[in-house]
Design a protein around this ligand. Structure first.
Ligand code: NAG
Ligand code: NAG
Ligand code: NAG
Ligand code: NAG
Ligand code: NAG
Ligand code: NAG
Ligand code: NAG
Ligand code: NAG
Ligand code: NAG
Ligand code: NAG
Ligand code: NAG
Ligand code: NAG
Length: 780
């Protein structure tokens, strides 16, 4: 018997050995949920990682660079959320007396302050904190915090992994420990909760999809200097749900001295030199003057929408007139240029020899004049300010003449003929080869910048290209006030929505300038524009294609509009949390247009048709900026022609009332009411024409605030899913905000920025007043 059992034991130990060898050869990684003295030492070469009990987080050694880190095991890219730099081939040791040691690159034991016990073990909690007795990785965040992890409140609280950017005092984002480019107006950020609510000293706000506690989130200071909140998708990728900086080029230190940061395609920062400057390889220096200037032998080149930092060496001469600003710069031999704002402020700033942190943004409304030698032949390609903005100074800004079609053709043809002539000497070419070469040279001419293009502009498509992409405009997917939308596919397989604009009578150059500005408006909740087409009378815009369709298709599906030629498949009903998220997202996008862009862009056509939904119902506002393309005098008539009177603010039909950003606020209020009620305002109107309650906002107000029957105004189709405890707060916030937006007097309505804050809960909402129509004295 004893013989047999020892044999069995031998067999099993053999098997175990085999298994171990097997696991070693197939390099299967051993997963442990705790590390104690028995596993010590843990060498960086061991195929071992520590995991949280739910396997969402993992911790261990990482190579290149050599780190001891905590990462999201569950994410495709194994994203690191905490780390410490260590020397190559390090190890983590826990002695039998309970002392732990892991030396960082400076030789300091990271567990030096930890308490000792006879039961010391390293564990990774489900919240992502690495813990050893009373030591926790949550106390020393690197570039990321997780839900419920407190941010240290003073000193450098987070630092980007490349060391360039810091979050200081949990309030300010700075470059190189000094140059601040973003501050949280509300004071120090404290932490965020697992449902995506951000806690800060001055107030809390909802940064993410409210209600869903299941998503894993992280707040990371990225290497490009932006602070972003990410949610983990089921696919293992990350979705950005909130970002501190909207215009990435306002982040300092992206480009070297004298260079200008220009947002390309999708808000990718790209660095260019001002005209008259060239690139240099000297570290931290971007561009240098091609030709030096001395006193009188200099001139200025104009850069629209470009501004540089008001550093210590700049002289703020505001307020002086433009001519004085210019002559004072000319008089100072160390003046490298000056900036001027054409808004009546008489803002004048002079720069010393080095220009720092330059960027292009229409929000600045600033024009910078760089000083170059008189002999300089470069011309500025930063153009696009098309109108003088209420200036008190007698200065005209005009756009350079658009390239004449004929002229460019002649020029291109000249080049082609020259090149072609050389080719002819070399070989006899067939007709087909000639044609192929011709188009190639045309592309070359384009690439060489012979075709006038504003710096870093969106891609220009030819009519033929878009005709091919949309299969001769055969797949109509939407009709809007500004034009019809067709689905198409570009040769690089990107699926696009092509909008054929109607009633656009702007010139080609003006159209380019405006489109360039629109294309660079960037927000998580705005549809991306990829390009445009301007040929003869054709004006088209090329957008990313958003698959889920527009909000109206989801909100009003039971009633199925007859004129809607496009067959709509059964769509899932939007639940309260999703509706709320859509409302917050749209409010933030419009607030961005109004406020970051200084009312540069009024939307003027906010309605559910213009709110597109992504695959997870993340809202994207479309058609923004188009009102700028429209003829200003036509705007009034256009809004009537649009045939969507359910969203127009009263001032549109009042004589002598200026149209301001508050008109958009009103339209948004109407959309908000529809999101809550699931009923179109104008359909509501028709069905109640005979009664006094024809005005939807007034009716809703009375139901909620007089009769106290909130349920009566809620969408009937999801009323059964309405849970008072869970949804009351957010539905009430939507209704109250809508009531404030729908005040008939524009000055009574909050700004869009305030609306976003009212919705996300960062400000208290006062009891609203009853919305009435057309200033009637309907008091209650
Ligand atoms: C850390 O460094 C100390 C000496 O500086 C050394 O005694 C200790 O063994 C090191 N610990 C590890 C785990 O390498
Ligand atoms: C842990 O406890 C020890 C004493 O037991 C103390 O000296 C140390 O400061 C504590 N460390 C932390 C991070 O709280
Ligand atoms: C170890 O800890 C246990 C309780 O956790 C205690 O009973 C035991 O006496 C301790 N042993 C030593 C040697 O400290
Ligand atoms: C988050 O911050 C708020 C406000 O400072 C605080 O009340 C709350 O306790 C903090 N939560 C955690 C988990 O630290
Ligand atoms: C941070 O604040 C604490 C007290 O709140 C103070 O003891 C500490 O010295 C401060 N640290 C820095 C870097 O200012
Ligand atoms: C951080 O706070 C300290 C004092 O608490 C202050 O001296 C410092 O200027 C602040 N830094 C920034 C970038 O706000
Ligand atoms: C960063 O700051 C240091 C001094 O604080 C300065 O010497 C250095 O030039 C700065 N780097 C850049 C890229 O501005
Ligand atoms: C992440 O972990 C959770 C819980 O274990 C699981 O439900 C989910 O499917 C995982 N996701 C991925 C991408 O592995
Ligand atoms: C993983 O990282 C690579 C390179 O940084 C990136 O291109 C890719 O999109 C990432 N994948 C996911 C799912 O985040
Ligand atoms: C000329 O400009 C430099 C740097 O901008 C400044 O320090 C100096 O005071 C200016 N001189 C005059 C006369 O304004
Ligand atoms: C501005 O333009 C108008 C019309 O083009 C012209 O009459 C006026 O003289 C210009 N003013 C200046 C200061 O150039
Ligand atoms: C604009 O001009 C700068 C400098 O002259 C040049 O580097 C840049 O490539 C130009 N951009 C375009 C789009 O032509």
């Amino acid at each position: 018997m004893a013989h047999l059992s020892s044999l069995t034991a031998a067999f099993f130990s053999m098997l175990l050995l085999l298994l171990t060898i097997q696991s070693k050869t197939s390099s299967a990684i051993q997963l442990l949920t705790s590390i104690s003295a028995t596993n010590s030492p843990w060498r960086s070469s061991d195929d071992l990682i520590l995991v949280s009990t739910d396997h969402v987080f993992a911790a261990g050694f990482r190579s290149s660079p050599s780190l001891f880190a905590v990462w999201v095991y569950n994410s495709t890219n194994q994203t690191i959320v905490w780390s410490v730099g260590i020397p190559l081939s390090s190890s983590l040791a826990i002695s039998s007396s309970g002392e732990a040691s892991l030396n960082d690159t400076s030789g300091h034991n990271i567990f030096a302050d930890a308490a000792k016990s006879n039961d010391t073990k390293l564990i990774l909690n489900k919240d992502g904190s690495l813990v050893l007795n009373n030591w926790t990785s949550f106390d020393t965040p690197t570039d990321t915090i997780l839900a419920n992890q407190p941010l240290p409140s003073n000193g450098t609280t987070l630092a980007s992994s490349n060391g360039k950017y810091q979050l200081v005092n949990a309030t300010n984002l700075v470059f190189n420990n000094s140059a601040s480019y973003w501050g949280n107006g509300n004071g120090a950020i404290r932490n965020f909760s697992s449902d995506g609510k951000m806690f800060s000293d001055g107030g809390n706000w909802i940064a993410s999809n409210f209600g869903s506690k299941r998503a894993l989130r992280r707040l990371t200071l990225d290497t490009d200097g932006n602070l972003r909140l990410y949610s983990l998708r089921r696919s293992g990728g990350w979705r950005i749900v909130w970002a501190a900086v909207q215009e990435i080029c306002t982040v300092k230190g992206t480009c070297g001295a004298n260079a200008i940061c220009v947002p390309e395609n999708y808000n990718e920062p790209s660095c260019v030199c001002p005209p008259g400057y060239r690139w240099t390889n000297v570290e931290h220096v971007g561009c240098v003057l091609k030709t030096g200037f001395s006193g009188g032998n200099s001139k200025f080149l104009r850069l629209d929408f470009v501004t540089f930092d008001k550093g210590p060496d700049t002289i703020d001469r505001t307020p002086i007139a433009f001519a004085d600003c210019q002559s004072m710069c000319l008089a100072n031999s160390s003046c490298a240029g000056f900036s001027y704002k054409y808004n009546g402020e008489r803002y004048c700033v002079q720069y010393s020899e080095q220009l720092a942190y330059g960027y292009w943004s229409p929000a600045t409304k600033v024009v910078t004049y760089v000083r170059v030698a008189s002999s300089e032949k470069d011309v500025s390609n930063f153009t696009g300010m098309t109108s003088l903005v209420d200036t008190v100074c007698p200065v005209n800004i005009s756009l350079p003449e658009p390239p004449k079609d004929s002229k460019t053709t002649v020029r291109n043809l000249a080049i082609i003929i020259t090149l072609f002539a050389i080719e002819l000497l070399v070989a006899v070419m067939s007709f087909w080869a000639f044609l192929r070469k011709y188009s190639k040279y045309q592309d070359m001419a384009r690439a060489l910048g012979l075709e006038f293009l504003p710096a870093g502009g969106p891609k220009r498509f030819s009519y033929a290209e878009l005709k091919a992409a949309t299969n001769d405009f055969s797949n109509l997917i939407g009709r809007g006030a500004f034009g019809d939308v067709y689905k198409g596919e570009l040769p690089d397989h990107r699926v696009v929505a092509v909008k054929r604009l109607k009633r656009v009578d702007t010139g080609e150059a003006e159209f380019w300038a405006e489109v360039t500005i629109i294309a660079r408006m960037h927000h998580l909740n705005l549809v991306r524009m990829w390009g445009f087409c301007a040929e003869k009378h054709q004006r088209m815009l090329v957008y990313e294609y958003i698959p889920n369709g527009s909000l109206d298709k989801h909100l009003f599906q039971q009633r199925g509009t007859k004129e809607d030629a496009i067959a709509s498949p059964e769509r899932p009903l939007l639940d309260w949390n999703i509706r709320y998220r859509i409302a917050v997202g749209v409010a933030r996008a419009i607030a961005y247009l109004h406020e970051e862009c200084l009312e540069w862009v009024l939307h003027c056509d906010i309605k559910p048709e213009n709110i597109l939904l992504e695959d997870d119902f993340c809202p994207k506002v479309s058609d923004f900026g188009l009102s700028k393309l429209a003829n200003k005098e036509n705007m009034m008539t256009m809004s009537h022609l649009r045939g969507t009177p359910g969203y127009i603010a009263p001032e549109w039909v009042m004589p002598n009332q200026p149209i301001t950003a508050k008109a958009d606020v009103y339209s948004f209020g109407m959309v908000l009411l529809e999101i809550v009620s699931g009923v179109r305002n104008n359909e509501f109107r028709q069905s109640t024409l005979m009664s006094e309650d024809w005005y939807h906002p007034k009716w809703a107000f009375e139901k909620v605030y007089v009769e106290n029957r909130l349920e009566d105004i809620l969408d009937k189709s999801i009323l059964d899913k309405y849970d008072d405890r869970e949804h009351f707060a957010l539905v009430e916030r939507m209704v109250k905000t809508a009531m404030w937006c729908l005040q008939s007097r524009p000055e009574m309505r909050p700004s869009m920025g305030k609306v976003a804050k009212m919705l996300d809960g960062s400000v208290e909402i006062m009891e609203p007043e009853k919305p009435t129509i057309f200033y009637s004295n309907d008091s209650h």
